[in-house]
Design a protein around this ligand. Structure first.
Ligand code: DC
Length: 225
């Protein structure tokens, strides 16, 4: 399996990005951060003055915007050729990305683009619909999980590190609400694929999570890639 496709799914705060990045480095393949693409579209919308509830305008934008990654540098996100990696990593863009991602027309175009990117194989992709919608035929599908309390604690530590003074309990409530939204949204809800392997990340070092995933990968029959 020289150019596998591994999809990593799971709720907010389960550790998808950290694990996907480590796993891709370990296998010498490319990481695809699907959330970065929704963030880039959010930025395009803000720049074009398109509101987050203008479904038709957002779909039009999604069909035309050239969203991709710098070749050989998957952390560099490109919007119409411009490196927007820094501009998309703000709280505002996270919220706008969450709002634009609910529109089926937007998802249609971004999922299509993501499927084009991974087509040659050799990708670890992460995001909330990667095992069910973007890459249901992936060589390995992983659903990362951790309790609400643990995921809230991770997020709270991240926020504290950024200097945001917030009570842990507030973050717990936020995670509960986000889970509810993610699991119940009509288009591409967060869902557990039947053949995904479930990997618990509570109290487990990310490098150990990677080892567990590699063991599961090793147990798969060799694919034709
Ligand atoms: O992972 P992130 O915070 O960068 O994602 C930003 C937003 O994009 C997130 O709130 C939900 C949306 N998203 C999505 O709907 N589907 C994905 N596969 C990835 C992200």
């Amino acid at each position: 399996m020289s150019r596998p496709v591994i999809a990593i799914d799971g709720p907010a705060g389960a550790g998808k990005s950290t694990v996907a990045r480590l796993l891709a480095a370990r296998l010498g393949i490319t990481m695809l951060d699907t959330g970065a693409m929704y963030r880039a579209l959010a930025l395009a919308a803000v720049r074009a003055g398109v509101a987050s509830d203008s479904a038709a305008d957002l779909e039009h934008l999604a069909s035309r915007a050239m969203i991709g990654f710098e070749p050989d540098s998957p952390d560099r996100v490109l919007l119409d050729g411009e490196d927007v990696s820094g501009a998309i990593r703000t709280l505002e863009m996270g919220q706008m990305a969450s709002a634009v991602s609910v529109h089926p027309g937007v998802r249609h175009w971004l999922v299509r683009r993501q499927q084009e990117i991974i087509q040659p194989g050799g990708f670890v992709l992460e995001g909330r619909d990667t095992t069910t919608v973007v890459a249901p035929g992936a060589d390995l599908k992983v659903f990362l999980t951790a309790s609400i309390e643990e995921r809230a604690r991770r997020r709270w530590l991240e926020l504290k590190a950024k200097g945001e003074m917030v009570q842990l309990q507030e973050v717990v409530v936020d995670v509960v609400e986000r889970d509810h939204r993610d699991y119940s949204r009509p288009d591409s809800p967060l869902a557990l694929a039947e053949d995904a392997v479930i990997v618990e990340t509570y109290g487990v070092d990310p490098s150990e999570v990677v080892e567990t995933i590699l063991r599961h990968l090793g147990e798969r029959p060799d694919s034709a890639r």
